[in-house]
Design a binder for this molecule. Structure first.
Ligand code: A4P
Ligand code: MG
Length: 184
């Protein structure tokens, strides 16, 4: 059963079966072999079997946003189906970052891998450790480009991802050739 939950996201459905929820993750890397890092992160996210990729964007080359004195990024988005509740999905994202050797230094600074939850069904949540939908989607071309590929009709505060992508400054933000195939 796939649901688009508001409240109740990730809770157990009647009868004990875990609900399957569609979530969208944003990934970014600007250290080491960036393309390998994105692929490895997706492999690690899905390895336990409770997160499955439904759609993956191409890898996008993007100029650094926020802290601009750092290397360019490779960004991608994945649409996933998961039985994990939202905080467990956040935990999985952070485990993957740690397993890949991410060291947190400065906010918005260089990173081997960053995995953010962009949406979790229709859940809206604003807690110190988890804000969904991610609050800065609309202002970031590095998110909107790959997002518009896999979820063009996604509503972001009254406009679709495709509309927001069409309207934002896209300078230096472009997709690399093709959708990478999954490892193995
Ligand atoms: N957190 C809250 N909500 C979420 C969410 N929806 N998904 C909390 C993931 N985490 C969420 O994150 C800090 C805290 O955010 C976590 O403890 C988590 O509980 P972090 O990954 O440790 O730190 P960060 O990534 O440096 O901070 P932040 O604010 O998440 O930065 P962003 O928004 O991820 O931006 N330029 C380009 N071109 N491409 C990029 O990918 N990324 C960033 C980082 C800056 N510039 C970039 C890129
Ligand atoms: Mg982050």
């Amino acid at each position: 059963m796939v649901v688009q939950p508001g409240e109740g996201a990730g809770r157990r459905a009647a009868g004990g079966a875990a609900e399957t929820v569609e979530a969208i993750l944003g990934l970014g890397s600007n250290m080491g072999d960036k393309a390998v890092n994105l692929g490895q992160a997706i492999a690690l996210l899905t390895a336990p079997g409770d997160v499955a990729v439904a759609a993956r964007s191409r890898n996008w080359r993007t100029p650094p946003w926020g802290v601009t004195d750092q290397d360019w990024f490779l960004n991608a988005c994945v649409r996933v189906l998961t039985t994990l509740p939202p905080r467990a999905l956040l935990g999985r994202c952070q485990e993957v970052e740690t397993a890949m050797g991410r060291v947190r230094t400065l906010r918005w600074g260089p990173r081997i891998i960053d995995v953010d939850i962009l949406t979790f069904g229709r859940l809206r949540l604003a807690e110190p450790d988890l804000v969904v939908p991610h609050p800065r989607i609309a202002e970031r071309a590095f998110v909107l480009g790959p997002l518009a590929e896999i979820a063009p009709d996604l509503d972001i505060d009254g406009r679709t991802a495709a509309e927001r992508w069409a309207a934002i400054d896209r300078q230096g933000v472009y997709p690399l050739a093709s959708v990478p195939s999954p490892p193995g």
